[in-house]
Design a binder for this molecule. Sequence first.
Ligand code: COS
Length: 382
Amino acid sequence: MVDFTLTDEQKDLREMAHNFAEKEMRTVAWEYDKDGTWPIDVINKAWEVGLMNTHLESEYGGAGLDYLSGCLIEEELAWGCSGIGTSIGANGLASAPVQLGGSEETKKKYLGMLAEEPKLASFCLTEPDAGSDVAGMKTRAVKKGDKYVLNGSKCFITNGSYADWFTVYAKTDPDAGSRGITAFVVDKQDGITIDKKEDKMGQRASNTATVTFNDVEVPAENMIGEENKGFKLAMMTLDRTRPGVAAMATGIARGAFEAAVEYSKERQQFGVPIAMHQAIQFLIADMAVKVDASRLLTWLSAWQLQSGISNTLASSEAKRFAADSAMEVTTDAVQVYGGYGFIKDYPVEKFMRDAKIMQLYEGTSQIQRMVIAREVLLPRNV
Ligand code: COS
């Protein structure tokens, strides 16, 4: 039997996240967006009430929530403000490789750190010349005795300016393409330069920085998994985290959709609320379908992950559909508002700007299509 009923605990979590989003995020979101304010106060509150690091297992001090619960929370936080939501959720991306491949000591030390205090970690994969083409990265890690020496630059790093540790991918065999990449946990230290805080179109309250490694020495025990197996680790990480991004896209779309519905009932044109016009009704109807279908794909990908079923296809389908839908729904929400939608006094223009990154980060919509096509045409044996 198929059952979409949430447990009482999941319902409570969703309600808690919704209240937090309403009271702690929406009240500051538009102000923080304007100046690109670092939302450290909201991050700390989220940590205190248990809305951060929800993915961490209980043995490392985390709440050990299931992936669907994590998605319920991410949808609500993105409904509140996806910029602040991204800052709150980014530890999940940085710690997934550690959870997947880290030694027991590494897990205790670095996952424990996130559970003990409101600390941040960043996932360092992308480089200026290696975005979609992960295997084209140039950052090098050279083994010297019982250490690796890292050199290279990573860009578009979420929370990069404030992270206490980084998950860094580097070439250990530069001639081996995707089979020559290794992942490391790297403490913040001298030799790491953090600069170029990006001035972004949307999600302006999140921090996006360039992180450069200049002869940074990393103990060999900080290697995550095996040498030259970092590419697979990155792909497995993205399989785990893309459902959460899809959930965030659903939250953005829902926020814009709800605003458009309310506005369509108030705004009068031709003597009636615009909701009475079929042209608006059809927009609203398509928005409703996209929000609900995004959530269903998100839940499916999270459920598969939780059940130990390979979710590469479902998580790329969810991310692709929810991200593209968020862009469409938020654009249509601006359309429902007409000229007012284009003005910052109204909420939908922020939703539209915020939605754009959903089609870009953690793999563009085109990369998701590549993954989907590969999984359909040439499924990997897992
Ligand atoms: N899980 C485990 N292993 C996987 C995997 C997955 N989901 N996907 C691929 N692999 C393995 C393959 O099986 C293959 O293994 P072998 O070396 O044993 O043959 C290896 O990884 C290489 O796979 P593939 O040939 O498909 O890699 P490509 O170079 O063609 O790259 C894409 C595939 C484009 C999908 C990948 O580079 C990608 O996802 N890019 C986007 C990255 C991204 O999301 N960046 C955003 C930054 S993170 S915020």
